[in-house]
Design a protein around this ligand. Structure first.
Ligand code: ATP
Ligand code: MG
Ligand code: MG
Ligand code: MG
Length: 468
């Protein structure tokens, strides 16, 4: 049985054998796109190649791309721990054609890899096509020999990809695996498609149009962009339904069990999963230069780290936990991603420092939360004032509070939360007597808005160290 590291290599070798240039993953902080929070797909590093702004010495490529989907348009943070198939950090395997081959070859390459090289049972596979994409429909019949019932036409944007309001775009075709009727869920396009029975493994994007402000034109040289989750294909190849049961996650979860002495069973299972997942995203983000802070990318990282830390606390960990699991992650992934090895000491320190600081207020915050929500049950809402106090005084990101209440079906009044935050800002302005210097005041407000209300470290005795 192949481990994750072998499966990644097998994918890249297959495409190399088929004439593709193997290109390294780009960093998680996109270099060429300030509007994108994190790299969230394999095509990100090739955006300018697809639009023709940039050229490369190859016309086809394959990558295993580090991705984070924990903010912005694609946000899977709330799924982690609750679905079998979502991570905040994952690797996207992809092959790309820049005006070289198109639909037919793309389908052929994907189908042959899955069914021949990987030996996946054809009868369990089904695909979707965009409802008007007759070419793709016919090609799936011809190349894969799939019956019409297993080529599902989807009319929604799920099967039509676009880079933005303008630019390259086109229909896509996704490959799903049916794990069997013992698992809840329905085929794509059905009402139960969000279940975990039919798992999407590979998305093939056929970039064939250019959308301008006026019209949708045919691209003279259509291109291909594909993405397959390494952890999802690994689950299949290892005979597992759940991504968290693959070799890599088992080792991380075992490390977490050993360090806490709590087995990953019953209600504790989700906590171990969240910890394993969030350890990966935190470590890889720090390795790529993101540090926990109170705004932007750094705040997303802080939210991820603190959420994991709450779960560590739930498992009864008395001391900082995350940094102790890091050596296992580096042992598993450090060869494929040497930046992880290079940054190990720094990641370790950052995790330890953040957890040490957060633990001081975490416990007090949690008991406040327990008190305030003691009488709440399914369908009730925690008031926004309390959620804001947890945020402002105890450093609880809003999503941490939401996650803490989720298992009991309790929601948070997010409007009340925002209102409380606004009130605090207005209050701060009122008490600012001002220097009479309008420009200096404007700067003060800007800084205050950025860090003031969220800077819970102000209550921390170690705040002299500043915000890391
Ligand atoms: P899903 O519908 O399951 O959320 P998606 O349609 O959002 O997936 P794509 O944007 O098409 O995913 O990304 C291409 C592939 O990357 C998916 O087919 C899947 O294998 C993988 N993938 C996407 N999101 C995640 C995630 N959060 N964790 C692990 N793998 C993922
Ligand atoms: Mg998704
Ligand atoms: Mg999908
Ligand atoms: Mg998809």
């Amino acid at each position: 049985m192949s481990g994750v590291n072998e499966i990644r290599s097998a994918f890249l070798d297959y495409f190399k054998k088929n004439g593709h240039e193997v290109v390294a993953s780009s960093p998680l902080v996109p270099r060429n796109d300030p509007t994108l929070m994190f790299t969230n797909a394999g095509m990100v590093q090739f955006k300018n190649v697809f639009t023709g702004l940039e050229s490369r010495p190859y016309s086809t490529a394959a990558t295993s791309q580090k991705c984070v989907r924990a903010g912005g348009k694609h946000n899977d943070l709330d799924n982690v721990g609750y679905t079998a198939r979502h991570h905040t950090f994952f690797e996207m395997l992809g092959n790309f054609s820049f005006g070289d081959y198109f639909k037919e070859r793309a389908i052929e390459l994907a189908w042959n890899l899955l069914t021949r090289d990987f030996g996946i049972d054809k009868n369990r596979l089904l695909v979707t096509v965009y409802h008007t994409d007759d070419d793709a429909f016919e090609l799936w019949r011809k190349i894969a020999g799939l019956p019409e019932s297993k080529i599902i036409r989807i009319p929604t944007n799920d099967n039509f990809w676009a880079m933005g309001d303008t630019g390259p775009c086109g229909p896509c075709s996704e490959i799903f695996y049916d794990h069997g009727d013992h698992i809840w869920g329905g085929p794509p396009g059905s009402a139960e498609e969000d279940g975990d029975r039919f798992i999407e493994i590979w998305n093939l994007v056929f970039m064939q149009f250019e959308q301008t402000a006026e019209a949708r034109l045919d691209l003279p040289r259509p291109s291909i962009d594909t993405g397959m989750g390494l952890e999802r294909i690994a689950a299949l190849l290892q005979g597992q339904h759940d991504n968290y049961d693959i070799d890599l996650f088992r080792r991380l979860i075992t490390a977490s069990e050993d360090a806490t002495g709590v087995p990953a069973e019953g209600k504790n299972r989700a906590s171990h999963r969240v910890i394993a997942d969030h350890l990966r995203s935190s470590a890889f983000l720090i390795a790529d230069g993101v540090l926990p802070s109170n705004e932007g990318r750094g705040y997303v990282l802080r939210r991820i780290m603190r959420r994991a830390m709450r779960h560590a606390q739930l498992l009864g960990a008395r001391d900082p936990l995350m940094y102790r699991l890091l050596p296992t992650l580096v042992a598993e992934m450090g060869r494929a991603y040497p930046e992880l090895q290079r940054a190990e000491a720094m990641i370790s320190e950052t995790l330890k420092l953040e957890e040490t600081r957060f633990r001081k207020t975490l416990e007090r915050g949690l008991s406040l939360l327990d008190e305030a929500s003691a009488d709440l049950g399914q369908g009730d809402r925690l008031d926004g004032e309390t959620a804001f106090k947890l945020y402002d005084t105890y450093g609880f990101p809003l999503d941490l509070t939401q996650d803490a209440l989720r298992q009991r079906g309790v929601e948070v009044d997010t409007e009340g939360f925002s209102a409380a935050m606004e009130r605090q800002k207005a209050e701060a302005r009122k008490h600012w007597s001002g220097s009479g210097d309008a420009a200096a005041e404007a700067i003060w407000y800007e800084i205050r808005d950025k860090v003031g209300a969220t800077d819970f470290l102000g209550y921390d005795t170690e705040s002299a160290e500043g915000v890391i």
